[in-house]
Ligand binder design. Structure first.
Ligand code: NAD
Length: 467
């Protein structure tokens, strides 16, 4: 699926002319990643509140990515950039000029009192209008629960209101995120900062990600192929979002195994053959499914498990028979728990492993006619939160994505009165593409993402519903 028809029309010269005249929303054509292109096509401006602790880690990440960098006049930032070997230019807002930036990165970890939140205004007021389309804003802070004083906790918690609001006003297909970095996890921010400054995060905005202490990031990581040598299982891989996920993990170097129901065996095989992968034809709710999957990986091990298979069987609760309820809960949630348990019992998930769930905005905000679906998808969030501390003992991470409106066969089949608001009521004024969900999963899966666990990140263009 590509861009929707409306977006194509308003981005054509005559369509754009008419849309402007009559005041229709004009969704920006979003930049999306193509292999081989630079991480950021433009300059990254870095700023910091005094006393921050991430200047070195930010500079090291951008230097390793060969990014073009500018900093404010802040002395600590200038020396961190020099130490990282960056030939960073200086941005002096007083000097005027017409400089443009593709990304703004701000280290807010130095903010320890609400009176210091004005540092956000000081940095972003002169720079925000200079952000190019499909621009990126990343604010980095300290998790409120890891702060030293109530005042610092308050100030760090306040960052969330700032980033979510800026996401709603920045426009031009630009995104804004908050990344909370736990003390001691500074060296683990690389994969996350890379994802959020790059076009890979095209449809992710207004999100809060948490980087916590974890295994060290491999020194020899190849950021073009961060999954080289890894084995990934993707359920529901024959079409839609699952197909995009398995393609993206293969692009990033993984050996892929796709799974789908036997009725879609041919479609599945076409996908896995194309990617030099393997196929498992299996209904994940069947009694023997956990054992079949665990036996498949026993001995050889699996590194990445993506629970993507899912269904909707909508009815209002008053009209919901038990079998309709139960089948959705079983496919979308209970079978995932059984498969995880079987893989863990067989010790088939390698250390450094990743489990990734696919929740949904319906699981966060709720949706009329979807009590069964939303229950299952909120349960996926519960699974992430409850399993993260348990799996940490085996150096396995667990995270989930929560897609909003994604252009697939499922959403194409919606009645127009449901489809159009779903597609437009977000900061990007358009639906996302399966690749946007896949890129977010690839970020969680990356060998660099050792510090990410217990996260649920929405891929929804900052949909207006939900938290
Ligand atoms: N499309 C969206 O806008 C959207 C939004 C939020 C969440 N999601 C979630 O994303 C995931 C993928 O959705 P999609 O839009 O690509 O749907 P889809 O129907 O195109 O694909 C789902 C796949 O899962 C497989 N599957 C279903 N039941 C299975 C079972 N019992 N055993 C094995 N495989 C099974 C299907 O055969 C299919 O290939 C789902 O979990 C869905 O709930 C989608």
């Amino acid at each position: 699926m590509s861009q929707d028809l409306y977006t194509q029309i308003v981005n054509s010269p005559p369509g754009g002319f008419i849309a402007k005249r009559v005041g229709l929303p004009q969704p920006t054509t979003l930049d999306r990643y193509r292999p081989g292109q630079p991480l950021v096509s433009g300059t990254v401006l870095v700023g910091a509140a005094p006393g921050g602790r991430l200047a070195g880690a930010i500079a090291a990440t951008l230097a390793a990515a060969n990014a073009e960098v500018a900093t404010t006049l802040d002395a600590d930032l200038r020396s961190a950039a020099a130490d990282a070997g960056l030939d960073a230019s200086v941005f002096n807002p007083e000097a005027g000029g017409d400089r443009r930036f593709k990304a703004l990165v701000f280290d807010a970890t130095g903010i320890s009192d609400s009176t210091e939140l004005v540092e956000l205004q000081k940095f972003f007021h002169p720079s925000v209008r200079k952000v190019q389309s499909s621009g990126r804003v990343v604010v980095l802070g300290t998790p409120p629960e890891d702060t030293k004083t109530p005042r610092e906790h308050t100030a760090q918690r306040a960052l969330e209101g700032f980033t979510r609001s800026l996401g709603k006003e920045i426009g031009k297909g630009s995104t804004v995120q908050l990344v909370y970095v736990a003390p001691g996890a500074e060296d683990l921010i690389g994969s996350t900062l890379r994802f959020f400054v790059s076009p890979k995060s095209a449809y992710v905005s207004g999100q809060v990600a948490r980087v916590s202490a974890g295994l060290p990031v491999p020194a020899d990581i190849d950021w073009e192929k961060p999954l080289a040598g890894k084995t990934a299982l993707v359920t529901g891989a024959s079409r839609g979002i699952g197909e995009a996920i398995i393609e993206t993990l293969a692009r990033d170097g993984a050996n892929v195994v796709g799974l789908d129901i036997p009725q879609l065996g041919e479609d599945l095989k076409k996908v896995t053959d194309r990617l030099d992968g393997e196929a498992i034809e299996l209904d994940i709710t069947s009694d023997d499914a956990p054992k079949v999957i665990a036996d498949f990986f026993k001995g050889r091990g699996v590194d990445i498990v993506v629970h993507n298979a899912g269904v909707t069987r909508d009815r209002t609760l008053a009209k919901m028979p038990e079998d309709r309820w139960q089948s959705v809960l079983d496919i979308n949630l209970s079978s995932e728990e059984r498969i995880n348990d079987a893989l863990l019992k067989a010790k088939a998930i390698n250390a450094g492993g990743r489990i990734i769930g696919v929740s949904s905005m319906a699981g966060i905000a709720g949706n009329r006619g979807q009590t069964n679906y939303a229950t299952s998808k909120a349960g996926v969030i519960g699974m992430v939160q409850s399993m993260a501390p348990v799996l940490a003992k085996s150096d396995i991470t667990i995270n989930a994505v929560a897609p909003g409106f994604i252009e697939t066969q499922m959403t194409a089949a919606m009645p127009i009165a449901v489809r159009e608001p779903g597609r437009r009521l977000n900061s990007m004024n358009q639906g996302g593409l399966p690749i946007d969900v896949a890129e977010t999963i690839a970020w969680f899966a990356s060998s660099g993402s050792t510090g990410l666990t217990g996260n649920v990140v929405r891929v929804c263009g900052q949909m207006l519903l939900g938290a």
